[in-house]
Design a protein around this ligand. Structure first.
Ligand SMILES: [Fe+2]
Length: 149
């Protein structure tokens, strides 16, 4: 089924009105990315690195992310749960944890995930991650973040 931004927004709103919205958002975003070429056609990426807000409410934000070839974002946290998906290219995520034994500012890698077109990744509010576009092409994705409580 071709991508429909209005449908994605309405299904996200419905998910937040019910129980366990994060699990529902995983399903909603996965379904929305089932035809990755149609997502690209609708969002029409400009090839400028960065993000644009597709929708903002009191409960959640939907961002359209464009990663330049080989672009990397250092380790950071959001203090919010999120569900991110890719419609073109690839995002490689490394997950980190604070290593309090060595220093309050020290982190160590604890895992990784790589998502390509049509794939989704869910992160809880305690996640610390860094992101790399490992490809020589632009990567495009949709990221859904909750709002601070
Ligand atoms: Fe992030």
């Amino acid at each position: 089924m071709p991508f429909d931004l209005a449908k994605l927004i309405s299904e996200c709103e419905a998910a937040f009105d019910g129980e366990e919205p994060q699990n529902k958002i995983i399903d909603v975003l996965t379904k929305s990315l089932c035809d990755p070429a149609s997502v690209k056609a609708v969002l029409a990426p400009t090839r400028r690195t960065g993000f644009e807000k597709l929708y903002v409410s009191e409960q959640f934000t939907i961002l359209h992310f464009i990663w330049a070839p080989k672009m990397a974002m250092p380790a950071h946290n959001h203090n919010l749960w999120s569900v991110v998906g890719v419609y073109e290219g690839r995002e490689d995520h490394i997950f980190w944890r604070r290593d309090e034994k060595k220093s309050p500012h020290r982190i160590r890698a604890i895992g990784s995930a790589s998502i390509g077109a049509g794939e989704v990744l869910s992160m809880d509010e305690n996640a610390i991650h860094s992101v790399l576009n490992p490809t020589d092409l632009f990567t495009g994705g949709i990221h859904i973040y909750t709002q601070a409580a």
